[in-house]
Design a protein around this ligand. Sequence first.
Ligand SMILES: Nc1ncnc2c1ncn2[C@@H]1O[C@H](COP(=O)(O)OP(=O)(O)OP(=O)(O)O)[C@@H](O)[C@H]1O
Ligand SMILES: [Mg+2]
Length: 498
Amino acid sequence: MSVLLEARGITKQFPGTLALDDVQLELQAGEIHAVIGENGAGKSTLMKILSGVYTADAGQIFFQGQPVSLRSPQEAIALGIAIVHQELSVIPALTVAENIYPGRLPTDRLGMVKYGELFENARRELARLNVAVDPRAEVSTLSVANQQLVEITKALSRQCKVLILDEPTSALTEHEAETLFALLRRLAADGVGILYISHKLSEIFALSDRITVLRDGRYIGTRITAETSPEEVIRMMVGRELTDMYPEKSTGRGEPLLEVRNLRLPGQQHACSFTLYQGEVLGFAGLIGSGRSELMRAIFGADEKESGEILLKGRPVTINSPQDAIDLRLAYLPEDRKAAGLFLDMALKANIEAASLPQVTANGFVVPAREVALAREYIGRLNISTYGPDQEVRRLSGGNQQKTLVAKWLAIKPSILIVDEPTRGIDVGAKREIHHLLRQLAREGVGVIMVSSELPEILGMSDRILVMHEGAIVAELAASEATEELIMTYASGQENGA
Ligand SMILES: Nc1ncnc2c1ncn2[C@@H]1O[C@H](COP(=O)(O)OP(=O)(O)OP(=O)(O)O)[C@@H](O)[C@H]1O
Ligand SMILES: [Mg+2]
């Protein structure tokens, strides 16, 4: 095998943060090379340097043995280096096809876009990846998972020699991920070198040939996947042993806290009913698109309800807007942090206090000392890595943005906390912290609803599990009887146990 891409001594300083410090990486042709590390370790920064988005302050990059300087994304693309970024960059108002071929639309002699050809090209490209979306659909109408798949299709539509994927499966179902893996293996067999970033170790071990570990902007080492173990790479990532990933479950449950009765969403056939008890973690399992997020959004008042009743501690309540929900101390952490949860251009402190302004204001004015105190409290509790409350959220690493969202909702001191894919994109250490935090809240009497597509997380955290399929709750499982197989049987609609 030949070395395709090599980076030596890469250093990158951001204001206040040394993101990369003398980092090296070597990618061979035909290799799937995983890059792992905790949130903020520098993975995305390194990938952006290798794809011309950022330039390094020091260090060298070699492409097929030749030193190259990558001063812009175009230069990287010209060499055959394609990247799928961690954060979605699709343009919602355009069609799927236009997103796949930005700046590369087929035109006739008069410069008019040949839409027939464009849609046909896109259809072929999507079919190759087994992506079931209409090339004519506007991207804003797609689920996050499908938007992600469009993004991947876009990168793969170029003939590339190096393909970089920065957490590509964080919004994909297991099935969609498997389709992607099959494709990546095929590309690797054809000689493409693939750099693959993920926090899901099971994925890394199933897919990669080698693993490079970064920690705090430094290169820790590279291992051949077949010769290492999850324990060893976790130790390399966090610099210590990590045990008890999932906290102990609750031993009993309290009074009914939230009762949802015959809740029907507009256009839905099924009505949903369930009860959440004080002090429990109630898991919602199901495939992406099974209606879990829609149900939660309706409960929270973010979407309309057609009919049904919601009771809080036995009393009927009206929740017609998120503000109604917040007033009842019901918090909802949405799955899509970029669109629905965070103000990326604003400071960390402004985001943390966003849903609990009464705590930091007096006579309608924000009291600076209070907002800083609130921000510091949650930066500490969630271990958010930042230089301080004034840091713009956009500049935090992906996982730390997710923690900021958790902080925002914890700050309202909720009695019911609904979390939707709470640890998506979060590293092993922080994941463990968030799991323990959710359990701690449950012990304090909070009712926690956790929507997650990660089965180990559902099994590890839930006291009880509801499974959804096509908008309906199809099964209720006790923690003691639930297995991955059983959940998947219900989630895929093969059986109805409700
Ligand atoms: N544009 C920027 N300006 C300032 N600091 C930045 C910028 N981009 C990243 N950083 C900082 O550099 C460090 C590395 O961030 P990076 O996004 O590379 O981490 P990561 O390993 O990809 O993390 P995650 O797993 O959370 O995605 C972090 O401390 C982050 O806050
Ligand atoms: Mg990243």
